[in-house]
Design a protein around this ligand. Structure first.
Ligand SMILES: C[S@@+](CC[C@H](N)C(=O)[O-])C[C@H]1O[C@@H](n2cnc3c(N)ncnc32)[C@H](O)[C@@H]1O
Length: 219
């Protein structure tokens, strides 16, 4: 493992120094895949939108306590939810901060990003007590060992696994989140994975590769 953070063309990039011909890891909310999801991802009513409880006239406040590359948080923000991200990896936080800075300067999405997406560096087991708003929903997507052979694991996932490891404390994070969220905790899992903390959810929403396990908080 030999990575370096480099500012190239005003974009912070994570470069794999052992494989310099490989594309670096960049978080980009403005163009590419993320932009496609923003434009077209909502038409089919993404499973994630139902999972967090988006309804006509209601957009819950969400804390994404395992921000990662910020993709899910970005989608939720574009759906109209205020989303606060927490990330404990310093490297990933730097990449996220740089992506937010560039997105905030963008003509089309700048205002939305400033109003709806924020970030704290730290461990959610501590930071969940200091969020900028009371979270109706806490969203969790901890790392999970991938079934595929390592050569087949997507570059981004492989880099994340090497930098971050396996989020061994995810069970404890779920148990804490259940005491803080006011409406629900949503856990994203690979379709084949067991329930986090062996805790059966109230319901699950399934997609081809994933499952959103939904834990409702009783009033
Ligand atoms: C699989 S990634 C999340 C991917 C994200 N949902 C996305 O759409 O890009 C998991 C991330 O959660 C972070 N994480 C795990 N446990 C955490 C904790 N207790 N506090 C803060 N971040 C945590 C890891 O560092 C990692 O970056």
């Amino acid at each position: 493992m030999n990575y370096s953070l480099q500012m190239i063309n005003q974009q912070l990039q994570l470069v794999d120094l052992d494989q310099v011909d490989m594309a670096p890891l960049i978080i980009d909310f403005i163009s590419g895949k993320m932009s496609y999801r923003r434009k077209y991802g909502h038409a089919g009513g993404e499973a994630i939108s139902r999972a967090v409880g988006i309804k006509k006239g209601h957009r819950p406040n969400i804390v994404d306590a395992t921000a990662g590359l910020g993709r899910d948080a970005f989608v939720l923000a574009t759906l109209g939810c205020r989303v606060h991200m927490i990330e404990r990896s310093e490297v990933i936080t730097q990449l996220l901060k740089d992506a937010l800075r560039r997105a905030e300067e963008d003509e089309k999405i700048g205002t939305m990003i400033k109003d709806y997406l924020s970030l704290t560096f730290g461990n959610s087991q501590k930071e969940l007590f200091h969020t900028p708003f009371e979270p109706e929903v806490i969203y969790l997507d901890p790392m999970f060992p991938h079934k595929e052979k390592s050569a087949l694991v997507k570059k981004e996932i492989r880099m994340l696994q090497e930098i971050i490891g396996q989020d061994e404390d995810a069970d404890a994070l779920l148990n804490l989140a259940l005491t803080i969220a006011t409406n629900r905790v949503v856990v994203k899992r690979p379709a084949y994975a067991d329930f986090l903390a062996s805790l059966k959810p109230h319901t699950s929403i399934k997609t081809k590769k994933h499952r959103f396990d939904i834990y409702l908080i009783k009033a």
